[in-house]
Design a protein around this ligand. Sequence first.
Ligand code: SMG
Ligand code: MG
Length: 366
Amino acid sequence: MKLQEFELRTIHLPLVRPFRTSFGTQTSREVLMVKVTNENGTVGWAECVAMSEPLYSPEYVIGCLDLMKRFLIPALREKSSIAAEDVPVLLKPFLGGQMAKAALETAILDAQLRDQNISLAKYLGATKSKVECGVSVGIANDLAALVEEVKSYVDAGYRRIKLKIEPGWDYEAVKTIRQIYPDIPLQVDANQAYSRSDGKLLANLDEFNLLLIEQPLDEHDILGHAMLAKEVKTPICLDESIISLQSAQDALALEATTVINIKPGRVGGYIESKKIHDLCVDKKIPVWCGGMLETGIGRAANLVLAALPGFTLPGDTSASSRYFKQDVTTPFVMEDGYLTVPTGPGIGVEPDLDFLEEITTTKELI
Ligand code: SMG
Ligand code: MG
């Protein structure tokens, strides 16, 4: 296709409740939305999953906006006509920037598939029509508040609970929830908050029959995760460390992870995500789809990914209401702990343009 125009827009959405992790507390979500229009006037949408600040990953909203404007979009424009599959190749010379690259690739892919009248589900090879929903629960002010929040999600039907942990908010928090819900699928996510010497402490969680411990150590510490995996019985699952197919292959070869969390933004897009999925299927490694507090635009595409056959664990694919009072698309509503996979052309959803305008903070056309 020929790329006619890009619209880069930042929006601001309040969260229904603060979301605290080991690296900070979020009360709203600033999102960089990408809209591409091709020569046929077909529009493709995507969102960039970077946060406002470089705390979860080195990328951040304004940095991604600058990277797209200054380097990535001009590189895509050098060719008179491109396909979504060309995007990773054309953008490879620019180091890092997976989240920015993923957003551009996804918007282009959305437009391409709409022109072909093909759904992303068909393109990626999704095999499920609905996916099981898990929910990520932030660090609470106290155990009573944690119990109340978890109860609200269990009552709503969520099929897996993930507790955010950090040193000082781990053993007691997990024990409390495990006592109330002895059988619910439960896992924890440390977002790199522990160090190599915390093996014993994390091994204390083994008694709670957790599905996995997500990213306990620094994203660069693959060896540390491999060492930790020998000290704890609970499976280790890497999130931040997996930034590409190559890094997934390395982490598996080094036995630093036995479960993988795939986030398309973190690995540079859905095409790379599919490759990691295929690798994991081949190696019989369970995978699940992570979340980045996406609006309906990113959520739709994640649900499609989570419908691939290798996604055997529930993902952080929660309903729109988990984070937002009003979503930018028709809200994703959970039924019996499942969300329906979109099957329309492209990502299968469109933003409500009036609402988008209302919450827009900046907008530029390129
Ligand atoms: O979308 O439900 C979601 C967020 C799930 O916990 C979640 N994401 O490390 O997995 C993770 C975090 C990254 C974002 S935290 C601000
Ligand atoms: Mg994580």
